[in-house]
Ligand binder design. Structure first.
Ligand code: ADP
Length: 393
C-alpha cells in the first residue's frame, strides 16, 4: 500500500528496463495488476500507485511525481477525465492515458480534444507500452521546446535591454560631453582673440589646432547624438517614396547643380516606415553618390522592385566605387575610406542608414568594385505589420 492506494512492484527481471512511475486510477485491483504486468512485460521497471478518487489521486500526484497517469474512464466514485483538471490545477504537465473497458470512437475523440493524450482498451493492453513511450517522447519534446522558447524570449529581452542601455549611454555620454567641450571651445577662442600675435608664432599655431580639434569634436558629438536618436519606429506610416524623392532632390539641388549630376528615378512605391527617416536614407545615399564621384559628372539612378512583402531599392552611381573588402566596414559608425581633405564627411551617414533600415526590418548592403561605380541596395516593408500576409492576429 502506498498513500491511499495500492502499490504494485515489479517481480520479474527484465533486461533493458526503463524506470517508470505511474499513477493508475482504477477501482478494480485485477485490472490495475494487468496494466502493470503489461508494462513489465515490455521492459518497464514500474512503480505504480493505484487510487480511485480525487483525494487519493491528489495525494499520490504530490507525493510521487508520476511520469504518466493511466485512468479508467468510468469509476464508481469519480471520472477518469476529471484527473485532467487536478493535473492542471497542480500546475503539472503529465500525460494522461485513458485505459477503459469500452470507449466509443466519438467519446475517445472528445476525450483527446479535452486533453487526454491517448486511450487504450483493456482488451488491447499490448498497445499500452508503445502509447506510453510516445507520450513520454512528446512530453520531452514539449519540455525542450518550452525551454528553448523561454531561453529565446530571455535572450531577446536581454538584448533589448542592453540595446536600450547602450543607446541611453551614447545619448547621455555625448549629451554630457557637450557642456565641457563648449567651455574648451569658448576659452580657446578667447585665447585666440586676446593673444593672437602677442605670443610667438608657435603659440598661434597651437591655439589654432586646439580650436580646430574642439570644433571637430563638437561635430562628432552632434553626429553621435543624431545616430543615437535615429531609428525609433514610433511614427511609422505609409510613405510615398515619389514625394520623398522630390523633396530630397530639392535639398540636394545645390550639390546637383555644382557637380552637373544627373539623378533619375523610376516609379517609386509606398513603404511602411518613418517618413523623415526614409528621406534621410535617400538623402545620404544620393548625397554620397554625388560626393564620391569620379572624373565624369555623377550619374545616379534610383530604382525599386518588389521582393516578397518588401520593396528593394537601389541607388547606383558611376563614382569611385568601393573595394569589396570594405563593403561591410563602411556601415560602421565613423568608418571612412578617405581623408577628410579628399572627401568631406564624418563617416556617420551609412551607419544611420543601416540603423533606420534594420529597425524597419530591412537590410542594406553595397555591390561595388573600386573604380567602377557603386550600387547601394536596401529593403523596406511594403505594409504595416498587421497587414502582412501570414501575420499573426
Ligand atoms: P561620409 O560620407 O561622411 O564619409 P558615410 O557613412 O556616408 O560617411 O560613408 C562611409 C564611407 O563609405 C565613405 O567615407 C566612403 O569611403 C564610402 N562610400 C559611401 N558611399 C559611397 C559611394 N557612393 N561611392 C564610393 N564610396 C562610398
Amino acid at each position: 500500500m502506498r498513500g491511499t492506494g495500492t502499490k504494485l512492484e515489479k517481480q520479474a527481471f527484465v533486461q533493458n528496463e526503463v524506470k517508470l512511475q505511474v499513477l493508475v486510477v482504477e477501482d478494480n485491483p485485477l485490472d490495475a495488476a494487468l496494466v502493470v504486468r503489461a508494462l513489465h512485460k515490455d521492459g518497464f521497471d514500474v512503480t505504480a500507485d493505484v487510487v480511485q478518487d480525487e483525494s487519493g489521486f491528489t495525494k499520490a500526484l504530490r507525493a510521487h511525481s508520476p511520469e504518466v497517469v493511466l485512468a479508467d474512464y468510468n469509476l464508481p466514485s469519480w471520472k477518469g477525465m476529471d484527473t485532467l483538471a487536478v493535473i492542471r490545477r497542480e500546475g503539472l504537465d503529465i500525460p494522461m492515458i485513458l485505459v477503459s473497458g469500452a470507449l466509443g470512437d466519438v467519446t475517445a475523440v472528445e476525450c483527446i480534444k479535452q486533453g487526454a493524450t491517448d486511450y487504450v482498451l483493456k482488451d488491447g493492453l499490448a498497445r499500452l507500452p508503445e502509447v506510453i513511450r510516445r507520450a513520454l517522447r512528446e512530453k520531452t519534446e514539449r519540455t525542450l521546446r518550452h525551454q528553448v522558447e523561454k531561453d529565446l524570449a530571455e535572450k531577446v529581452d536581454e538584448l533589448a535591454r542592453s540595446n536600450a542601455d547602450l543607446e541611453q549611454f551614447a545619448y547621455v555620454a555625448s549629451h554630457d560631453l557637450q557642456e565641457p567641450l563648449r567651455m574648451v571651445t569658448a576659452y580657446t577662442q578667447l585665447l585666440a582673440e586676446r593673444y593672437r600675435g602677442k605670443l610667438d608664432e608657435n603659440a598661434d599655431k597651437f591655439i589654432g589646432y586646439a580650436i580646430e580639434g574642439a570644433q571637430r569634436m563638437q561635430v562628432l558629438i552632434q553626429d553621435l547624438l543624431a545616430f543615437s536618436r535615429v531609428g525609433r519606429k514610433e511614427a511609422c506610416e505609409s510613405v510615398e517614396c515619389n514625394a520623398v524623392m522630390k523633396e530630397v532632390l530639392q535639398t540636394l539641388a545645390a550639390a546637383i547643380q555644382e557637380t552637373g549630376a544627373v539623378v533619375t528615378h523610376g516609379e517609386l512605391p509606398a513603404v511602411w516606415a518613418d517618413r523623415t527617416q526614409v528621406a534621410q536614407v535617400f538623402q545620404n545615399l544620393i548625397g554620397n553618390a554625388i560626393k564620391f564621384r569620379g572624373k565624369e559628372p555623377p550619374v545616379v539612378s534610383v530604382q525599386a522592385e518588389k521582393a516578397s512583402q518588401q520593396w528593394q531599392f537601389s541607388v547606383s552611381d558611376n563614382g569611385i566605387g568601393i573595394a569589396p573588402e570594405y563593403a561591410e566596414n563602411i556601415f560602421v559608425v565613423f568608418q571612412r575610406l578617405h581623408a577628410r581633405t579628399e572627401y568631406p564627411g564624418n563617416g556617420i551617414g551609412l551607419a544611420i542608414c543601416k540603423k533606420i533600415v534594420e529597425r524597419d526590418g530591412g537590410k542594406i548592403w553595397v555591390e561595388s568594385r573600386a573604380g567602377s561605380g557603386s550600387t547601394f541596395k536596401f529593403t523596406l516593408p511594403s505594409r504595416g505589420p498587421e497587414e502582412r500576409v501570414g501575420a499573426r492576429p
